[in-house]
Ligand binder design. Structure first.
Ligand SMILES: *[C@@H]1O[C@H](CO)[C@@H](O)[C@H](O)[C@H]1NC(C)=O
Ligand SMILES: *[C@@H]1O[C@H](CO)[C@@H](O)[C@H](O)[C@H]1NC(C)=O
Ligand SMILES: *[C@@H]1O[C@H](CO)[C@@H](O)[C@H](O)[C@H]1NC(C)=O
Ligand SMILES: *[C@@H]1O[C@H](CO)[C@@H](O)[C@H](O)[C@H]1NC(C)=O
Ligand SMILES: *[C@@H]1O[C@H](CO)[C@@H](O)[C@H](O)[C@H]1NC(C)=O
Length: 712
């Protein structure tokens, strides 16, 4: 109750001191107007700020003074302020001690626990003491912590001021409102302080010791109408403040009153606008034909845009937004398409490079003429090569082609592909399959060949029906063709080429049984100054030169050996390696050589081959084969010798028997290398979806397909 009484006093003080709310109606009716200054205990209250919750009082100064240098007698004072609801403002005060032999305490309670702060000041003479400097020499000043209340001030001396009595007979301690105290050395000289000497300090006050949350539900909650409760930053209890737009004493039951801004804040509205006060705020009304909030610190009043102008603006805005959307859509989708196309282009370029395109570009002529599209029938698999699948393809002019696609896409496979392209650019021979083009922009490189209609020699030898129609003459012609092709590769190509994988599966036949050597993936170009090269042994078991197998030294005689096995196969119809029969018979080369040596060739030869007139030829060929199958390479004839011997036998046969050539002899095509063009795939629209299931279209550039070139 004592506090409430004091609070009422405070409220009265508000009434008296507040410049803003001087109206007597704001005061509690029971308040007595007093003419004397308000007091807090025995302290004079200088100011009360009900908004900030502050109270400025004149607090006594603590002192301890000595009458002479012997230290006695002395006068001292330790004033205190023992009140519950007032907390020393931590932000607006400092604790100060003054003296040259001085220490001081501020003893208080924080959260009901004793709490002291101290300050020390010494000096040996006034020389070191400076006006305005309060750093421990003659003057000491410290911050005040939060939540200090119920305090006593104490000024003390270390040595009864005996040494410094002449210029500093006293110690002083006080709490000073910030800005109200400025140190000067004159303070030190004061011989004695009056018991009632004071200094202004600021106290924070609040109501009770509960927070707003708890206090609100209590019957003694005091915040009045149009006010809000808030918890102070320093100390316990709660405070009240008027809501925005209201003023007055929030601690009174009828609380805060609305501010009539139209009167108080003049001018609140733009001169042209009408001001209307509303609860907690005010309103400005612009005159007709004007718009805006009308407030002096707002948008004011400006002439209205007319309705027709409005609708024009709306129409223009709608059109602009529409155009914007269309532009955005078109731009976005074309950007998307562009990006997608670019991505595809990049992919193609990547494949092109990955597939050795750059290498080829360097090697091959970049003369590009016509552009043709090839359709690949992925379902028409023609065969599985050593390193790729061969598909049947159709050019737009209905010309068939064979397209070889790498089975695996590792680098060595691709190298083989590129190797084949390079090798084939060196060869132009009618008994060598013709490469028409290549495509390096797909994920796996593609090679496009002339389409050889009749399949592999292997098929013709080992298929019973086909084999029965494969006469001696045809077989001799095939052997001669192969020999011619290999002889050409070994001796007439611009760089000698060793095929390395001669076998019936790599020899293709057309309708006229014209044989064409194919599959140059493992072939090697042998520089002219080298007669042999060391390589990783490659080839097919059964056809592989045993000498090469053991030494890794590759010479063209390895092809001679393989050729021997192929002709042995042609003669016997047996596979190069068979896994039935006695071990000696398993390897056709050995089996054949023994048979010739033991003069029992006719036991092993294909039954229907032998006729009256051809035993000599068969014997000659068999002997040639035996020489080709010599274990030592140097014992084998060269392909040139082989080709000449076979040619001789053939012409003899033709001459002797007067038989018409089975195949019409064609003139050799010119000796220049064919133009092989590696083309860029022409996928034109990145945005349209391309079906890849049934087959795919490839555009290729080639000039190799001329009617004169493909008569077989
Ligand atoms: C100091 O004052 C006291 C009492 O006034 C006196 O008895 C004492 O002699 C004085 N001492 C000096 C050194 O003056
Ligand atoms: C202030 O502290 C003193 C002890 O120093 C105690 O006796 C007194 O009751 C306290 N007063 C208030 C109002 O808390
Ligand atoms: C302090 O007290 C002295 C008498 O002891 C008196 O003369 C003086 O006016 C008082 N000062 C104040 C500020 O009350
Ligand atoms: C709060 O104040 C009440 C009465 O004024 C008192 O009984 C209580 O102990 C105080 N609580 C604290 C935590 O100070
Ligand atoms: C009223 O508002 C208009 C438009 O904002 C402004 O031009 C004018 O100066 C304002 N008048 C006053 C008195 O503020």
């Amino acid at each position: 109750m004592a506090f409430l009484r004091m609070l009422f006093q405070v409220a009265c003080v508000v009434v008296m001191l507040s410049k803003m709310a001087a109206a007597a109606s704001l005061a509690k009716p029971s308040c007595q107007h007093r003419n004397s200054k308000p007091m807090l205990g025995n302290l004079i209250v200088n100011n009360i700020d009900s908004i900030q919750g502050e109270l400025e009082v004149l607090m006594f100064i603590a002192h301890q003074c000595y009458q002479n240098s012997s230290g006695v007698p002395r006068l001292e004072n330790s004033p205190s302020l023992r009140v519950k609801h007032f907390t020393i403002s931590n932000t607006k005060n400092k604790f100060v001690a003054i003296g040259c032999d001085t220490y001081a305490f501020l003893n208080a309670f924080q959260n009901n626990e004793p709490f002291s702060i101290g300050c020390t000041s010494t000096c040996q003479s006034l020389r070191n003491v400076f006006k305005g400097s309060c750093s421990g020499i003659g003057c000491c000043q410290v911050e005040i912590p939060k939540g200090l209340k119920n305090f006593t001030l104490e000024a003390r001396s270390y040595n009864n001021h005996a040494e410094v009595w002449d210029f500093s007979p006293c110690s002083f301690a006080f709490v000073a409102k910030e800005g109200k105290f400025k140190f000067s050395p004159d303070y030190l000289k004061n011989k004695r302080a009056e018991i009632n000497d004071t200094f202004p300090m600021v106290l924070d006050w609040a109501i009770g010791n509960k927070t707003c949350e708890t206090a609100r539900s209590k019957p003694d909650y005091v915040c009045g109408r149009n006010s809000a409760c808030y918890d102070p930053e320093n100390g316990d209890g709660y405070r009240c403040k008027c809501n925005k737009g209201y003023e007055g004493n929030p601690y009174l039951p009828h609380g805060c009153q609305d501010i009539n801004e139209c009167q108080v804040r003049k001018p609140a509205c733009n001169a042209t606008a009408k001001c209307t006060n509303i609860k907690g705020s005010f309103k400005c009304t612009c005159p007709d034909g004007y718009e805006g909030d009308g407030k002096i610190d707002g948008t004011g009043c400006s002439p209205k845009a007319s309705d027709s102008q409005y609708s024009k603006i709306i129409i223009i805005a709608v059109i602009a937004i529409g155009i914007g959307l269309v532009v955005l859509f078109v731009g976005g989708s074309s950007l998307y398409c562009g990006l997608k196309r670019r991505k595809l282009f990049k992919l193609k370029e990547k494949f092109f490079q990955q597939n050795g395109g750059l290498l080829l570009q360097q090697k091959l002529s970049n003369d590009r003429t016509s552009m043709q599209a090839v359709k690949i029938f992925s379902s028409r698999v023609l065969g599985q090569g050593s390193y790729g699948t061969v598909y049947k393809g159709l050019l737009p002019d209905n010309k068939l082609v064979a397209i070889k696609k790498s089975k695996f896409c590792d680098q060595s496979q691709i190298e083989q592909f590129i190797n084949e392209v390079i090798v084939l650019t060196q060869i132009n021979h009618r008994n060598v399959v013709k490469l028409l083009g290549c495509c390096l922009e797909t994920d796996m490189p593609l090679l496009v060949y002339e389409f050889i209609t009749n399949g592999t020699l292997s098929k013709h030898i080992h298929d019973k029906v086909l084999a029965s129609s494969l006469s001696w003459e045809k077989r001799l012609k095939i052997a001669t063709d192969i020999a011619g092709a290999l002889a050409y590769m070994h001796f007439s190509a611009s760089i000698p080429i060793i095929h390395r994988d001669v076998k019936p599966a790599n020899i293709l036949l057309d309708d006229n049984y014209l044989a064409k050597v194919s599959d140059f993936g493992t072939s090697r170009l042998v520089p002219l100054d080298q007669t042999q090269i060391s390589t990783l042994v490659q080839g097919t078991l059964g056809y592989l030169d045993p000498e090469y197998f053991h030494s890794s030294q590759l010479t063209e005689k390895s092809d001679v050996y393989s050729f021997g096995v192929v002709v042995a196969e042609l003669l016997t119809g047996k596979k190069a390696i068979s896994f039935d029969g006695p071990e000696i018979d398993r390897n056709l080369a050995m089996y054949f050589s023994y048979a010739v040596k033991e003069d029992r060739l006719h036991q092993i030869i294909v039954d229907h081959l032998v006729s009256d007139g051809n035993t000599y030829e068969i014997d000659e060929v068999a002997n040639l084969v035996k020489r080709c199958l010599s274990v030592r390479g140097e014992d084998r004839p060269t392909m040139k010798e082989v080709a000449m011997e076979l040619d001789g036998l053939r012409s003899m046969e033709k001459h002797q028997l007067g038989k018409e050539n089975l195949c019409k002899e064609e003139p050799d095509i010119g000796v220049t290398a064919p133009a092989i063009h590696c083309f860029n795939m022409g996928v034109d629209n990145g945005c349209s979806s391309t079906s890849t299931t049934a087959g795919y279209e490839i555009s290729m550039r080639t000039q190799a397909l001329k009617p004169s070139d493909d008569g077989r």
